[in-house]
Design a protein around this ligand. Structure first.
Ligand SMILES: [Zn+2]
Length: 309
């Protein structure tokens, strides 16, 4: 099937919303903004197919001098230590943890229950140690497998392990309310309400892009809310081309800028990006738009440093 129009993909009301948002963005880019929205390219690197994908992802990032955070599982890194060190030991990149073996640290209504306490500990500590050993610098961030609609709020057992391990931030808020898609453009916060003022939550936003492509083979599923808090971010069908995917991405980029959010970071998986778009055209389209909008590209570690100061 050929390329479909943005209006058809994203629903009738979208065109006007995008134009209004872009106009607002351009007005703000003209010099009246006090804070600048950061953009973080981030990759949940979690399966054998991610290595070939990361070679292409990294090439695009180096060509465009675009920073990125790679959240990698310990088992993925362990299977190809030399290759990942060659690819990711670059000042452009942050390497952070995506747990040891992608086991769940909390319950997720769609993805399953949490593992036992001893397994949580291993997931949190073991990958951090390997990443630090391989890359010879501190691993300061943790993105848990699948993520949660409340982040780690109330998960004192997990937060205790995370602090003990020495992480400075987590990126665990990756779903909309009631385990829905998309993840809304939530702002960073610290876990002071649970007794962890020194631990930041830096949420991810938008769709887990694999779900936009039916790469989990879930088919039609109850993923969205009614009424939706962000209807313009819900396409009418699975995306079919890199341009379709970019049209979804731009909604979130422009909304984050238009509403003056501290950051915007989409939830991407190298294996899924590569299976859908082996030339990584979507990355080029998205990064060009990030530059056009004047977003400040950084890593999650960079955002953490900014929030802490
Ligand atoms: Zn994952």
């Amino acid at each position: 099937m050929g390329r479909i129009s943005r209006r058809k993909l994203m629903g009738g009301a979208l065109g006007a919303a995008v134009l209004a948002s872009l106009a607002q963005s351009q007005a703000e880019a003209s010099g009246t903004r006090q804070t600048r929205t950061r953009y973080i390219a981030a990759y949940d690197t979690e399966s054998p197919a991610c290595l070939a994908a990361c070679r292409k992802v990294v090439a695009v990032h180096k060509k465009l001098e675009m920073p990125a955070t790679f959240f990698i599982t310990g088992t993925t890194l362990e299977a190809n230590i030399k290759e990942y060190k060659t690819l990711l030991a670059d000042p452009l990149f942050e390497v952070a943890s995506h747990t040891w073996s992608h086991k769940l640290l909390c319950d997720n209504a769609l993805c399953g229950p949490a593992v036992a306490a001893d397994e949580k500990r291993e997931e949190i500590f073991k990958a951090k140690a390997l990443i630090e050993n391989v890359f010879e610098k501190p691993c300061v961030g943790l993105r848990p497998a699948v993520g949660f609609d409340k982040g780690f709020r109330g998960a004192v057992d997990v937060l205790t392990f995370v602090r003990e391990a020495g992480f400075r931030y987590v990126s665990s808020l990756l779903w909309g309310p009631d385990c829905s898609m998309p993840a809304l453009i939530e702002v960073p916060f610290h876990y002071g309400a649970d007794g962890f003022t020194d631990l930041w939550e830096l949420p991810g936003h938008g769709w887990h892009e694999n779900l936009l492509k039916n790469h989990n083979q879930w088919g039609a599923r109850r993923l969205t809310l009614w009424p939706s808090p962000m209807p313009e971010g819900i396409p009418t069908r699975f995306v079919e081309t890199p341009s379709d995917e970019f049209e979804v991405n731009r909604i979130f980029l422009e909304k984050a800028l238009g509403t003056n959010k501290p950051h915007l970071s989409l939830i991407w998986h190298p294996w899924s990006l590569h299976a859908f778009d082996p030339q990584m055209k979507m990355l080029e389209l998205t990064f060009a738009h990030v530059r056009r909008l004047g977003l400040v590209a950084c890593t999650y570690a960079g955002l953490c440093q900014h929030m802490s100061s």
